[in-house]
Every structure is written in C-alpha cells, then in structure tokens.
Write a protein that binds this ligand. Structure first.
Ligand SMILES: C[S@@+](CC[C@H](N)C(=O)[O-])C[C@H]1O[C@@H](n2cnc3c(N)ncnc32)[C@H](O)[C@@H]1O
Length: 292
C-alpha cells in the first residue's frame, strides 16, 4: 500500500492485476493499481483514450467504459478480444506453432514482413509477445515495425488463451473504438472519468507507429473535459533522475489540482503549487496529474 507524503488526500486500495495480455511500450500494468488508487471512488463511464496495452483498464475492470487508441492494428486486437475471443486465441496459436516447428528467426521475420506489408492485429498480437524485449518499435518515417526476434520462448497458446479468457471477462462492459484522443475525449459527460497515458516522454524517444504528439493540444482537450465536470487523470513523463520535478511541461495554470508520484517504490503526493520543489534525490517515478 502506498504512503502519501503531502496532504491527506483520499486514495483507496485497488488490487493489482498481474496477467498481461499484450506487451506494449509504456505499459502501466505493473503499477496500474497504484494509479487507480487515486481515481475518484465514484464515477460514471470510464474512458481510456490512449489504450495501448490497457494496463489500467485491465486492472480496474470497469463495468462501463470506452477504450480507444488511434492505432488501428492494435484496436483490431482489442475488438477481437471483445467480440470474438476464440479468433484472438487462434491468431496467436497459429503463429506460435509455425514459429516453434520451423526456423524460429526466419518464421518471426516472415510474420513481421506480413505485418509490415499490411499492418493487422493478427500479426501484431503475436509480434508483441515474441519480439525482442517485448518492445514493439515503429520507424518514425513510415511506421515500419523494426524489432528483431526475441531470445525468449513466447508463452504457449494455452497460457495465452487463459489470459484472453480473463481479459475478456474483465472487459465485457467496454466499447473499443479506433479514435484519435480528441474525438474520444469529446464523449465523456459530467461525472465520467478519463485516464490519459499519452505517448509523451521527456526525451521524445519512444514512438508509436509514426505518430507525432502535441502536448499543448492535449492540455486544451483536458481543460475542455474539466469544464464539463469530467474527472481527468494524466500520467506523464516516466523517469526522473533527481528529486526535482523537472521538465518544463507547458501545463496551464490551474488545470490540475494535485500531483502524485507513482511507481517509485512508494508514492508521493504533493500539492500542485509546490511545483519545482525537490522531494528527494534519485526518485524514479511516473507523474500522475489530477484535475480533481
Ligand atoms: C504510453 S502508450 C499507452 C500505454 C498504456 N497505458 C498501457 O498500459 O499499455 C500511448 C498510446 O497512445 C496511442 N496514441 C498516440 N497518439 C494518439 C492519438 N493522437 N490518439 C489516440 N491514441 C494515441 C499510441 O498508439 C499508444 O498506444
């Protein structure tokens, strides 16, 4: 359980959910329960407009939600999970057996070439679990998936199928959509909750499928949500080397009420007006900004 260093702001216990379905850069599953602990205790529909590998979605298993991402092959996987989980299992199993019964690297490269020829969820679900380090990387210029074959043995079709069943049950109430976040964030109404985990890093070095990203546009969209009475939680900017809360993000004055540091062994919450003050040295943390 986490400890708050500043203020008495409420947080609540959320059980960790360890079973990962997809491997995805920036996946939050390992500490999703820490993030969700700061969600309001009551809200209407849950929205996750930068879904990726869905670490937070899977952890909270919301009864009613809209989960979206702009990356079409990824959303094909989520839609299959929801509408036709047996097909999702088959996509994985077919590729796994082919890989195991042939020259592993040659078969991996064949699947990768198929994906790059025509990006699709069936190849992507297997590539993300079998690629090197589980890090699916895309070339900025054209979205080419470039990660080589991993050295590990991808989980068996049976183990993958068990995860599909678990995730299917946990996401029954979710509508999965392929949308730009701005369109997705126009949907929530007063009392709904939006959790944003955008593709921003301090170095801008991690890229998802050749997309660029404007943080300013995101802050404007969050401000519009807030003005409608929507709760917004924003994860941002993974790693810090010093306790100074670094990085000069163009955060509009008054947009967020609180900031929490999570995934640093324990979490720290500070009043937003303490911006820039050092909490401690050598903190490695994810920032969570809350409009409530
Ligand atoms: C940091 S990842 C999310 C990781 C996720 N929280 C998890 O646990 O796996 C960011 C995601 O934002 C998506 N994305 C990038 N630009 C977007 C946009 N304009 N609209 C919606 N999604 C976008 C990327 O495709 C990527 O999947």
């Amino acid at each position: 359980m986490q400890r708050l260093l500043f203020g008495e702001d409420k947080f609540h216990f959320v059980a960790p959910f360890k079973s990962q379905l997809l491997k995805w850069i920036g996946n939050k599953q390992r500490f999703a329960h820490e993030i969700a602990a700061y969600f309001p205790t009551e809200y209407g529909t849950y929205f996750e407009p930068f879904l990726g590998g869905g670490g937070v979605l899977g952890t909270i298993a919301p009864p009613k939600a809209v989960a979206s991402d702009v990356f079409k092959p990824l959303m094909e996987i989520w839609q299959a999970l929801h509408d036709d989980p047996e097909t999702l299992k088959r996509w994985y199993a077919e590729r796994w057996y082919a890989l195991m019964s042939k020259d592993k690297i040659a078969e991996y490269e064949r699947i990768k070439a198929c994906y790059n020829e025509r990006p699709n969820g069936a190849d992507l679900v297997f590539l993300c679990r079998s690629c090197y380090g589980g890090v699916v990387r895309f070339r900025r210029a054209d979205g080419y998936m470039s990660t080589p074959c991993g050295v590990h043995k991808p989980i068996s079709p049976r183990a993958f199928a068990r995860r599909v069943d678990k995730w299917h049950a946990r996401t029954r109430g979710v509508t999965f959509l392929c949308l730009d976040y701005q369109e997705a964030m126009a949907k929530p109404r007063c009392g709904d909750l939006v959790y944003c985990d955008p593709p921003y890093t301090h170095t801008q070095s991690i890229l998802y499928g050749a997309q660029g990203f404007s943080l300013k546009r995101l802050f404007d969209t969050i401000a519009q949500c807030k003005s409608r009475g929507v709760y917004v939680a924003l994860s941002i900017d993974g790693t810090k080397k010093s306790g100074n809360l670094v990085c000069n993000l163009p955060i509009p004055e008054g947009l967020f009420e609180r900031e929490v540091l999570v995934n640093c062994g324990r979490s720290m919450l500070k009043r937003f007006q303490m911006e820039g003050q050092s909490l401690e040295t050598e903190v490695v943390a994810d920032r969570l900004l809350l409009t409530y």
